[in-house]
Design a protein around this ligand. Structure first.
Ligand code: PLP
Length: 407
């Protein structure tokens, strides 16, 4: 009989959002007339920018003609999109990143999950706690951990993020090989300063570690002093890989387009001690297992960088950040202590109740769904996350209900 990959058996049985869905379904069945407002999941609500829709249509029309038809494209992405990304996201901000270092993909969930494949099985891995679960689960699947005990997997280095350190972890006092960092952070919405990020880059260079930097929410940064890319930091080209996504800024969660930046000079060691190009390895992996993002989707993504695309994307970001402002203001007035919501679309709120208990209270008393912090890791206990991805009407109604319950 075929044998499974036993590492999958180590994964915690139920996934956070399915637990939430179960409780919400039970509530709706018992209270069919109550309108539930979902402030939990980080999916966008607003339609695609017009510039993207137009480019999408035009590309589909092209595909219907003999001369404009496109079959398999380059696995790494079409040059028009890679070039637009390099110029607009990096070179315009003074980062030394070229088009050939950009790998277009169908999502940064896949990229941040797949990247670990090119590193040794016995790599020492550090993850933040609380954490975007993909980083942890993919390393568990790959066999880099022991079993889960009391909410933590043996073998991982957990970087604690709590009120004491402003939810920004410092480099650990031991060697690690791979470090996942995510800023603006999901779930906490916290954002590392230039100095804090420089400490991480210096640590990584010193210990010959690689930073896997998830910047899926970078476009929500409003403070011009906060870096949007790890490559704004000195030395990052020698020690970092960056994940970006069009999901949250341009509403591509259902359209699917993202990219990963792997500097051409980035190296890691083979078992025999030889220095190997990480860029070449990722290119090999990407072109073996991935067949490119569709031409119309890449055209739609490139339209984000047109003058009207830029304005429309900014409009979307401003809209969600206004929601975040309303949430932060209400919670602050009610005496909750929270982070995020200023340079990020998530608001991370401290409570004096266990987070699932708070989740149930919010659901039962206000018909609002939040994400319980404990679902993101041990350090998430006693917290909950509210997402600004919603209609204004829902956010205002939710805040009115929260006021009634907690005033
Ligand atoms: N990275 C983080 C931190 C996220 O929160 C998410 C989605 O919620 C993703 C990546 C996934 O992005 P994509 O839609 O590009 O797969």
């Amino acid at each position: 009989m075929a044998q499974i990959n036993d590492n999958f058996q180590k994964l915690k049985a139920s996934y956070l959002f399915s637990d939430i869905a179960k409780r919400v379904n039970a509530f709706t069945e018992a209270n069919p007339d109550k309108r539930v407002i979902k402030m939990g999941i980080g999916d966008v609500t607003e339609p695609l920018p017009e510039a993207c829709v137009r480019a999408f249509h035009e590309a589909i029309d092209e595909m219907g003609t003999r001369t404009g038809f496109h079959g398999y494209g380059p696995e790494q992405g079409y040059p028009f999109l890679r070039e637009a990304i390099a110029v607009n996201e990096y070179q315009s901000r003074g980062c030394d990143i070229g088009a050939s270092e950009i790998f277009v993909s169908d999502g940064s969930k896949c990229d941040s999950g797949n990247i670990q494949e090119i590193f040794a099985r016995d790599s020492r891995v550090a993850v933040p706690d609380p954490v975007y679960p993909v980083y942890v689960d993919t390393n568990v699947m790959a066999g880099r951990t022991g079993p889960n005990r009391d909410g933590r997997y043996e073998g991982l280095v957990y970087l604690e993020c709590n009120a004491g350190n402003g939810y920004i972890p410092s480099p650990p006092d031991r060697d690690v090989d791979l470090v996942y960092l995510c800023f603006p952070n999901n779930p906490t919405g916290a954002c590392a300063t230039r100095q804090q990020l420089q400490e991480w880059v210096d640590f990584a260079r010193d210990r010959e570690a690689i930073i896997l930097f998830d910047a899926a929410y970078q476009s929500f940064i409003r403070n011009p002093d906060i870096p949007r890319s790890i490559f704004e930091l000195e030395g990052a080209r020698d020690c970092a890989i960056e994940f970006r996504s069009f999901s949250k800024n341009a509403g591509f969660t259902g359209t699917r387009c993202a990219f990963t930046v792997v500097p051409e000079n980035l190296t890691a060691k083979s078992a025999s001690g030889e220095e190997v190009s990480v860029h070449k390895l990722w290119n090999r992996r990407h072109s073996t297992k991935f067949n490119g993002v569709s031409y119309p989707v890449q055209k739609a993504a490139a339209a984000i960088y047109s003058p009207e695309g830029k304005t429309q994307v900014q409009g979307l970001i401003d809209f969600y950040m206004e929601n975040a402002k309303v949430i932060v203001k209400t919670l602050g007035e009610l005496g909750f202590s929270c982070v995020g919501g200023i340079n990020a679309p998530y608001v991370w709120v401290k409570t004096d109740q266990p987070s699932w208990e708070f989740f149930d209270r919010l659901l039962n008393e206000a018909a609002i769904v939040c994400t319980p912090g404990a679902g993101f890791g041990t350090c998430g206990e006693g917290h909950f996350r509210l997402s600004a991805f919603n209609s204004r009407e829902n956010v205002e109604l939710a805040m009115e209900r929260i006021r009634k319950v907690f005033a």
